[in-house]
Design a protein around this ligand. Structure first.
Ligand SMILES: [Zn+2]
Ligand SMILES: [Zn+2]
Length: 278
């Protein structure tokens, strides 16, 4: 809930009479033209709300002690505090109606801005839930219910009649939306964003490798290690066979070299030519 308090609006505590319980909440609109400028300028929403309060305080016929509504809701989803919690509204038409329901106004009107945004509906719902948690019963009605008025206008009234449902959460932008398995594979394995190994021969000109290049490089290195291990094993084996035999050093070296050559018959271990993918 995005609540803007009276203190944030620069208003003193409400002088409206206390009303600790009610049957529910009634929804209102402004009933006069409202500028569509509100849609793109939240400062205009705040100014609108302050103007509503000023006009109510200036209304000598009604003799309002404060803005008449408990809350307002703007197109950006802010719940703007009016009389607030546990205060009797002055908006529902007469004393009995004011005692029966609290009041929330959506900042839409009879022309200009007439269609509440989903964010506004969400904020009205926030206000209803807040009031319910503080003494309001479960009824959700429009100003016109039980009083001769067009308020809260066709859009808000249709929504009220559906039970004032909270709009389905707007879908977050999903960066994976529409991606195929191949797209994801390519993004993971074929994107040049991995630092090339320090020992890469083209490290200076090709600083980033694809992850798949790294995998190939590791495979090549492991195969090279295998070949060297095979050669060393052959050498050690041959040396062991020659221990104690009556041969000279040159013959030992020749015999060991032949053993190594036989062991490493043909293992492709050229790490410098197979991994230049990126
Ligand atoms: Zn009304
Ligand atoms: Zn706003």
């Amino acid at each position: 809930m995005k609540l803007v308090t009276r203190a944030q609006l620069g208003w003193p505590a409400s002088a409206a009479p206390t009303q600790t319980t009610a049957k529910g909440v009634k929804v209102h609109y402004e009933g006069s033209p409202v500028s569509t400028k509100l849609l793109t300028d939240h400062n205009a929403c705040i100014a609108e709300w302050k103007n509503i309060r000023a006009s109510h305080l200036a209304n000598k016929a009604e003799n309002y002690s404060d803005v008449a509504y408990n809350y307002a809701a703007c197109p950006h989803g802010y719940l703007l505090e009016g009389r607030g919690l546990r205060k009797r509204t002055g908006a529902n038409g007469n004393q009995a109606l004011n005692q029966a329901h609290y009041a929330i106004v959506g900042l839409v009107g009879s022309s200009g801005l007439t269609k509440p945004t989903d964010a506004m509906l969400g904020a009205i719902r926030d206000g209803i839930d807040l009031l319910r948690n503080n003494g309001a019963g479960s009824e959700i009605k429009g100003h016109r219910d039980g009083y001769a008025t067009a308020c809260p206008g066709p859009e808000l009234y249709a929504w009220v009649q559906k039970g004032a449902p909270r709009p389905t959460a707007l879908q977050e932008d999903d960066p994976m939306a529409g991606m195929t398995k191949q797209d994801i594979y390519d993004a993971v394995w074929k994107t040049d964003q991995v630092a090339a190994p320090d020992t890469a021969p083209d490290r200076k000109t090709n600083v980033n490798w694809q992850p798949q290049s790294y995998i190939k490089d590791i495979g090549n290195r492991v195969r090279a290690m295998d070949a060297r291990l095979t050669a060393q094993s052959a050498a050690i084996t041959k040396l062991a066979q020659l221990v104690g035999s009556d041969v000279d050093t040159a013959q030992v070296v020749a015999a060991v070299e032949k053993a190594i050559a036989d062991a490493v018959v043909k293992v492709s271990v050229d790490v410098t030519t197979e991994n230049q993918e990126s």
